[in-house]
Design a protein around this ligand. Structure first.
Ligand code: FAD
Ligand code: SF4
Length: 508
């Protein structure tokens, strides 16, 4: 028996490699517990279910024996119970499944197969360019892991953007060219629209199901535009490469009101569901550069996200689980403010980032890292509650990629394990990278007083609290030195206002 999980939707699934239709059966199971193990955005549930049903159609064309358990089938229970029932009915000698993305699912499969006295065979997931073993070998003996070094190894191994043995253009990383803001006077201008896919009959059926079964879940299905099968994912990739990649690098870190997607790829859902492979996405970007269609900085900036960050994040997840889920370097214990679920806050940047998240199930990396994530760290929110929120609200959220990004990068909950400093900034950064502050009741330049920007006050408060450790780290020493210029009265005023903000974040 071959089991295909909801985020393994490729005909290249390695568990299918030796499939024999004479004696094997393919199994797919929808269950309310999966993709919904946390409180989940409606669009995220729609995406998983619709993509699974489209993949089942593609598999069905092969005429192979097939068991597909639908969410609304009479078979009761969560994923484990449903799988147990299928095993009891079919009595397979073994269950073949490509390695699950999530640690929790691996545990669940092991337990269910043990209970059913069935052999479980986990097959290396060839979707990824770096296997778990290869990553563990690279990481061995390193206390702190740095993406940049891993990325160079991957560039060399997969011969991506190389000129002989040297990096194309002479540099491994063109990050310094990837930080422009949109011009403040003219704004983002016209950005070619990303490919979007109005719901077909299958997706419409799933939307109706989700709207009735998960009516009280956050977010909306009104703006559902995501690719749900391989053909659509390929179209989305082609549109991005042909029209949007050219400015991706330059404006990667830029934010603007009513510009939810910027020049970003919107390919994470297709990659995470395995509708696209990272190898083909990287190859398409490199080919566009080699053909002279796009500048090197854009190609490199984009390839780094996939060949570098995405593979690195997956490696770290499997290396540090299950401990990563409990990590809390700063011992932050404050509850998630209510406005994370509604967007109702006076902070214009948070309102914009959360608002588009609830509308589309999407925010781009800098919004996730430097707006909602930055606030969560400065506001001393409990990492586990913040991680649950990120896992719930983004259409591309799957724990292996969400958790290291949230706990490790945004919240610094693993200390310096794979980032050399906490990603914190005052309102000044948000002002520089966006137009949010011009429509805000707060002033990013004020750290105390009635108009003080919460990011700015809490940033200085964070530095005040962690001055000693920040001074001891060369990456943050300058940041820490700035606070020594403040008088003790100024520091006391910051502390007092910060205490109020921390106690009543929903009043901000
Ligand atoms: P682009 O910005 O256009 O980037 C291209 C591709 O690179 C993405 O599609 C993605 O596959 C990959 N990529 C870029 N950055 C990362 C990264 N840091 N880690 C892994 N892959 C990356 N990404 C998810 O796929 N799922 C998540 O649940 C998720 N949670 C996040 C939580 C936080 C707090 C942060 C800071 C980042 C998170 N990311 C997550 C990473 C990143 O923000 C998204 O991959 C990206 O915004 C998706 O949009 P895009 O396809 O338009 O990406
Ligand atoms: Fe955000 Fe502060 Fe700017 Fe308001 S002033 S948009 S809270 S950074």
């Amino acid at each position: 028996m071959v089991l295909i999980l909801g985020d393994q939707l490729t005909l290249d699934n390695p568990a299918l490699a030796d499939f024999d239709p004479q004696q094997d059966v393919v199994v797919m199971i929808e269950a309310a517990s999966e993709g919904m193990a946390v409180w989940s955005h409606k669009a995220r549930i729609v995406l998983f279910l619709s993509a699974m049903r489209h993949f089942a159609l593609a598999l069905g064309e092969r005429g192979w024996p097939f068991v597909y358990v639908k969410l609304d089938d009479p078979l009761p229970g969560d994923f484990a119970v449903r799988l147990g029932a299928v095993l009891a009915r079919h009595q397979p000698q073994a269950v073949y499944v490509a390695e699950p993305g999530e640690w929790r699912m691996q545990q669940l499969l092991e337990e269910t197969c043990t209970t059913a006295q069935t052999t479980l065979r986990l097959i290396d997931d060839t979707h990824f360019l770096c296997s778990k073993t290869e990553f563990a070998t690279w990481a061995k003996g390193k206390k702190e892991l740095r993406m940049e070094f891993f990325y160079r190894v991957m560039r060399k191994k997969h011969r991506v953007l190389l000129d002989g043995d040297q990096p194309e253009g002479g540099e491994w990383n063109y990050d310094a060219e990837n930080r422009s803001a949109f011009p403040k006077r003219t704004g983002p201008g016209t950005i070619p629209a990303p490919a979007s896919f109005p719901p077909d009959a299958i997706t419409r059926e799933v939307i109706a199901l989700v709207d009735s079964e998960f009516a009280d879940h956050p977010g909306s299905t009104d703006q559902f535009i995501w690719p749900v099968d391989r053909a659509q994912a390929l179209q989305a990739l082609a549109r991005f490469i042909d029209t949007r990649l050219i400015q991706f690098g330059t404006f990667q870190d830029a934010m603007w009101t009513d510009t939810p997607f910027g020049w970003h790829a919107l390919l994470s859902t297709s990659l995470n569901l395995h509708l696209l492979s990272p190898a083909e996405v990287v190859a398409a970007a490199e080919a566009a550069y080699r053909a002279g269609q796009i500048p090197l900085a854009s190609a490199e900036g984009f390839i780094r996200q996939i060949l570098g960050w995405r593979e690195f994040i997956r490696g770290v997840y499997w290396l540090d689980m299950p401990g990563m889920k409990q990590a809390n370097h700063y011992d932050h214990q404050r509850p998630l403010p209510r406005f994370y679920w509604t967007g109702e806050t006076g902070m214009a940047c948070m309102k914009a980032a959360i608002g588009q998240t609830l509308e589309h199930g999407y925010a781009h990396h800098i919004q996730r890292l430097m707006v909602t994530g930055n606030f969560a760290l400065l506001a001393e929110l409990t990492p586990q509650q913040v991680c649950d929120w990120y896992l719930a609200v983004y259409v591309d959220a799957i724990e292996w990629v969400e958790l290291p990004n949230t706990a490790g990068m945004a919240l610094h909950a693993l200390g310096n394990r794979f980032t050399s400093k906490p990603y914190i900034s005052s309102g000044a950064y948000i002002k520089r990278q966006s137009n949010y502050c011009s429509g805000c009741k707060y002033d990013p330049a004020q750290r105390v007083g009635a108009q003080a920007c919460p990011f700015t006050t809490l940033y200085w408060n964070f530095i005040d609290k962690h001055e000693a450790t920040l001074t001891g780290n060369p990456r943050t020493a300058l940041m820490a030195k700035n606070i020594t210029r403040l008088s003790s009265t100024e520091r006391a005023d910051i502390r007092a206002l910060a205490a109020q903000m921390l106690a009543y974040p929903d009043a901000l």
